[in-house]
Write a protein that binds this ligand. Structure first.
Ligand code: GDP
Ligand code: GDP
Length: 433
């Protein structure tokens, strides 16, 4: 599992600047799709062989509690609670402030490793910069410049040191799918509907309380693993604990799955949170099936409304199949599995180089790449660079400046030619000049 690193600190210390630096490489792989909802508080990054998830707590509203402004809002505390490591930023330019001390006090009570990081330290002597921050009692301070990238690599090497390198992708012999969605859309009900009628082989892979529950089962003789992001709450009900909706848990489940099943509540319009979750699945490159649940609960008017709402807010998911189901009544679950199977097969497809290159030629003949200045980019041949999502690497000359719209055209073409339904597909370029 990817470790989660959370960035905390009072406003203006440079959290979002550092966040952007830590997530830069990954973002570059995903073309900006119109309508794609990006949540700039959560991102993926990688240092060497170590991938990580990073959370920027910067945009969270401070909570006013008995007249005192608490620097760490409730959500910030939850993020800290779910993190594997905490990067606590302070500002070399403004020096130690009372708010820094309040935050340090809270962090010292937690059980996560905390890295005290003095930011904006470019052009300053390290010894001078860090001196006053020892009194926070969080050990040896680091000094970095998030804006200039100084010291960031060294810091991240240390933060990630305890965590394993990325495991080599296991050969996926059967679909692993995650049931995701905001609270109350019917995830638990759907998991029960799926498992109720199936023979459960092994229950509950062990995990910590913040993890999703993994369940292996068979359906019509075929093995699956379901990742149940709502399951922890059911288990916790015994203690009357109220499960907080956890974005981190959802993100990790998406990462770990081959296929994400996004559950929507048909009795309500598509919300920003639905669109954000869909955006996460897309950014992770996961195959996606959308289950529009509680269809039994909808009159004709609402059925039309939700379809319009989907068309307006989720149009960037044009590759995904939609199912209108009732988890409560067990309606539509069988059809849902057909799409899960199809999306899995598409996500795992193997595309031979000659076939891909031929498909490229077909796409080029139908619509040639635009001139860039005086040159026309030359797309010569294509090979597969990965799966889940399928990545098509195109070799040629002057490919760097191809517009996103042309890249999207190629993605659509490959998907159509190879009949890849339910999975996003990525096109990357390798220019020889
Ligand atoms: P946040 O509120 O903690 O997310 O802080 P921001 O990332 O928005 O940064 C606040 C201000 O500090 C901005 O004007 C940044 O340009 C600036 N800043 C961020 N990192 C650095 C740095 O490493 N050096 C300097 N000199 N300024 C920085
Ligand atoms: P979760 O928070 O996403 O796991 O949602 P739950 O599975 O706990 O369901 C939330 C509420 O929606 C419960 O009261 C369910 O009984 C109800 N519900 C779930 N699926 C359906 C459905 O298909 N139709 C109707 N009418 N209600 C449903």
């Amino acid at each position: 599992m990817k470790p989660t690193v959370v960035l905390v600190g009072r406003p203006n210390v440079g959290k979002s600047t550092l966040f952007n630096r830590l997530t830069k490489t990954r973002d570059a792989l995903v073309a900006d799709l119109p309508g794609l909802t990006r949540d700039r508080h959560y991102g993926h990054g990688r240092v060497g062989d170590k991938p990580y998830l990073v959370v920027d707590t910067g945009g969270f509203e401070p909570v006013v509690d008995s007249g005192i402004m608490h620097e760490m809002a409730r959500q910030t505390l939850q993020a800290v609670d779910e993190a594997d490591a905490v990067v606590f930023l302070v500002d070399a330019r403004s020096g130690l402030t009372p708010q820094d001390k309040i935050i340090a006090n809270q962090l010292r009570q937690g059980s996560r490793p905390v890295y005290l990081v003095v930011n904006k330290a470019e052009g300053m002597s390290r010894a001078m910069v860090v001196a006053e921050f020892y009194e926070l009692g969080l050990g040896e301070p680091w000094s970095i410049s998030g804006a200039h990238g100084e010291g960031v690599r060294e810091l991240m090497d240390e933060v990630l040191e305890p965590f394993a390198d990325e495991a080599p992708a296991e050969d996926p012999r059967h679909p692993k799918f995650a049931i995701i969605g905001r609270p109350n859309v019917g995830k638990s009900t759907l998991v029960n509907a799926i498992l109720g009628e199936e023979r459960v082989i092994a229950f509950d892979h062990p995990g910590t309380t913040r993890d999703s529950i993994y369940i292996d089962f068979e359906r019509e003789g075929k093995p699956y693993t379901i990742i149940d992001t709502a399951g922890v709450r059911r288990r916790a009900k015994v203690n009357e604990a109220i499960e907080k909706f956890s974005v981190v848990k959802t993100l990790q489940a998406i990462e770990d799955a081959n296929v994400a099943v996004l559950v929507l509540d048909a009795s309500l319009d598509v919300s920003d949170q639905d669109a954000t979750l869909a955006g996460f699945a897309l950014e992770a490159g996961r195959a996606l099936v959308v289950a529009v649940n509680k269809w039994d609960d909808c009159g004709e008017d609402q059925k039309l409304r939700i379809k319009h709402s989907i068309a307006r807010k989720l149009h960037f998911l044009e590759f995904a199949k939609y199912h209108y189901i009732s988890a409560l009544k067990g309606q539509g679950v069988g059809e849902l599995f057909k799409s899960i199977d199809q999306a899995y097969t598409a996500a795992m497809c193997k595309l031979a180089t000659p076939k891909l290159t031929r498909a490229l030629q077909v796409a080029l003949e139908r619509q040639s790449p635009p001139m860039i200045g005086l040159t026309r980019p030359k797309l010569r041949y294509a090979h597969q660079g990965g799966m889940n999502p399928p990545i098509v690497v195109i070799h040629g000359n002057a490919l760097d400046k191809l517009p996103d719209s042309y890249t999207r055209y190629l993605e659509h073409s490959f998907r159509r030619i190879f009949k890849l339904e339910g999975t996003p597909l990525r096109v990357q370029y390798k220019s020889t000049d």
